[in-house]
Design a protein around this ligand. Structure first.
Ligand code: ACM
Length: 376
């Protein structure tokens, strides 16, 4: 299906696939030096039922991962269609799966993973009763157990990124850095020591230090980091690219500060949000109808010419926690992908939603011809 999706992207003249490969609920890329990332981290004992915060746990083991051979094949397949695949390895938050595999990555390796009480699977409850400590998360959301800024973690990440960069020739490597509570670092004695040793004033500065070390490691290989817009709180290195997801504000601020920027505001460019008011299956809450996608301006008003040059482009995101089959993924993406493509490739003065709408029936015919499921 990933190959099929790459074909659909090529058809729409989209040229970058951002592949989110790690998160709290699963680690999806084989790393040879750390086999437990996929032996342990790629599997969870169950998933929440229904929209977050959910109504229970389905108690069904779920997981899987891409081997390095599969990834190489996908990257080559995409390259033949002029599409670059940008991998994302999340740090320091959204790392529960990595921590379940290697508890030493946590500042508190002996503390049990907290899964909301009513939402935990029977298997995990029993395992923790029998002494298991760290578990892959089974609910969505944001979690306090994050990577500790220790030598162990940095050496781990350097090794992981060495394997990742060998697989992905992309100049840009996404390092996540979104939705990261800093309470664990505040509570940790070893973090206090690291602050002191490095003359850092607080946990935000420590985040900057963390990102800076990963940036330096990747920079030495000729790569550039991308981070979600939260990186702006950490005074990121000048060459860090900022991905603006919580609206346009982060992107505007970053562009004015001289960072290159990718615009992917959750409203309207998250394609996991609904596109009609009466969806018949569970989706993420927001409402992003196709006219909102079409009317989005990737270079926001209020940027001078110099800052506007820092907007590299825009991107739609489609997170799949509520997408259980490929037909539904197609339904979420089509025809909004056509609107995204047109706004990215057409000058502002040529864009006209009424005209686009008139051309949509022909586009639906093309979708029917290639056999994809669309939202009508
Ligand atoms: C994000 O959607 N948390 C980047």
């Amino acid at each position: 299906f990933i190959r099929e999706f790459i074909d659909y992207m090529a058809l729409h003249k989209l040229n970058v696939l951002h592949w989110h490969l790690t998160d709290d609920q699963g680690w999806r890329i084989e790393i040879k030096k750390y086999p437990k990332l996929t032996e342990t981290g790629a599997w969870r004992n169950g998933s929440i039922i229904g929209r977050y915060p959910g109504s229970g746990n389905n108690n069904t083991r779920y997981g899987g991962f891409y081997t390095q051979a599969e990834i190489r094949e996908v990257v080559a397949y995409a390259a033949r269609r002029h599409i670059t695949v940008v991998p994302e390895i999340e740090l320091p938050g959204h790392s529960s799966a990595a921590i379940a595999a290697y508890p030493a990555l946590s500042c508190f390796p002996g503390e049990k993973t907290v899964i909301p009480e009513r939402m935990v699977s029977v298997a995990t409850r029993n395992a923790q009763k029998a002494g298991a400590v760290k578990m892959v998360q089974e609910t969505w959301g944001v979690f306090d157990d994050i990577l500790c800024p220790s030598d162990f973690t940095f050496n781990f990440l350097y090794d992981v990124f060495d394997e990742v960069t060998a697989l992905f020739p992309s100049t840009y490597i996404h390092i996540g850095a979104d939705e990261c509570p800093l309470d664990a670092w505040k509570k940790s004695e070893s973090c206090r020591q690291i602050l002191k040793e490095n003359k850092l004033k607080d946990e935000h500065a420590l985040m900057g230090y963390f990102i800076g070390k990963i940036r330096d490691h990747l920079h030495a290989k000729g790569r550039r980091i991308i981070g979600w817009d939260e990186v702006l709180d950490a005074d990121p290195p000048a060459d860090a690219v900022v991905m603006s997801w919580r609206g346009d504000a982060g992107g505007l601020k970053a562009a004015r500060a001289g960072h290159d920027v990718i615009m992917t505001p959750n409203s309207p460019l998250y394609f996991d949000h609904t596109q009609s008011m009466n969806e018949d299956s569970v989706t993420f809450g927001g409402y992003n109808p196709i006219e909102n996608v079409y009317n989005y301006e990737p270079v926001p008003d209020g940027l001078d010419e110099l800052a506007a040059k820092h907007i590299l482009g825009a991107q739609a995101n489609v997170w799949t926690e509520y997408i259980t089959n490929t037909a539904k993924l197609e339904y979420m993406v089509f025809p909004r992908m056509a609107a995204l493509s047109e706004i990215l490739w057409s000058p502002k003065e040529k864009r006209n939603f009424a005209d686009f709408e008139k051309r949509l029936p022909a586009q639906f015919d093309r979708y029917a011809f290639i056999g994809v499921n669309v939202s009508k």
